[in-house]
Write a protein that binds this ligand. Structure first.
Ligand code: ADP
Length: 226
């Protein structure tokens, strides 16, 4: 599903964010990308949705070279990938329902679909009782659940999450990780970044370790080593 072929990224200020990185991710996998701050984790995720371009090498999403896509076709790619971020990125003046409905409307989904799918996806993340709350009325963990529901509602093939538990306490982190596992169990490929050792060691899934832009480990049932 995802193939990085000798990808390097040098930013304008000459910082080397990725250094000759190659790996493949198959459909249905759950992959964590770990490493210290500045190791290149976010850059790696941004490559997948064409937010950053490799300086060298290629990134493929299902045999399509992501960076050969024309500007007109990039939205199609991004619709197939749901994104979740550390800081949730909800619209503050919209309720839970409206935040998710907004994403569906942007993708051209009908009113009927909005009415049926929003409650369904909120049930999946265990938040159907907070449908009419605004973000400021929700806890951090609840806000992240809304963000995950929003990322899932257009049925992406892949979910990417950049430090999704970075702002959450350990108990909430555990709950959010259980949701990611559930999403993966129903067939969505998941790639997340974290520098939380506890999260990784409990998961028992594949771990890619980055160190100053280099892929230094790729472990099947990995632990956080560095
Ligand atoms: P991580 O997510 O592991 O913290 P990043 O991918 O954010 O790592 O960053 C990798 C390296 O690239 C760091 O040295 C960082 O300072 C640099 N970097 C990231 N984004 C930019 C940017 N937009 N411009 C210049 N340098 C950047």
């Amino acid at each position: 599903m995802i193939y990085f072929d000798k990808v390097s990224k040098v930013y304008f200020d000459k910082s080397l964010a990725l250094d000759d990185v190659s790996f493949t991710i198959e459909p249905g996998e759950f992959v964590s990308v770990v490493g210290h701050s500045g190791a290149g984790k976010s850059t790696l995720l941004k490559m997948i949705i064409a937010e950053e371009k490799p300086t060298e090498g290629k990134v493929f999403f299902e045999s399509v070279d992501v960076h050969s896509l024309s500007h007109r076709r990039i939205p199609d790619l991004r619709r197939r990938v749901g994104s979740v971020f550390q800081d949730f990125r909800l619209l503050p003046n919209k309720t839970t329902f409206e935040n998710i409905a907004f994403t569906m409307e942007a993708a051209g989904r009908s009113d009927e679909e909005v009415q049926s799918d929003v409650p369904h996806v909120l049930e999946l993340v265990g938040l159907d009782d907070k449908m009419w709350h605004f973000p400021f009325e929700l806890s951090g963990g609840e806000r992240q659940r809304v963000a995950i529901a929003r990322a899932l509602v257009n049925q992406p093939d892949l979910l990417i999450a950049d430090e999704p538990t970075g702002n959450l306490d350990p108990v909430t982190t555990h709950e959010i990780m259980e949701i990611f596992k559930k999403i993966n169990d129903i067939g969505t490929t998941v790639i997340l970044t974290t520098h939380n050792k506890g999260v990784i060691d409990k998961l028992g899934k594949r771990v890619l370790t980055l160190e100053r832009g280099r892929l230094v480990r790729d472990d099947k049932e990995g632990r956080y080593v560095i």
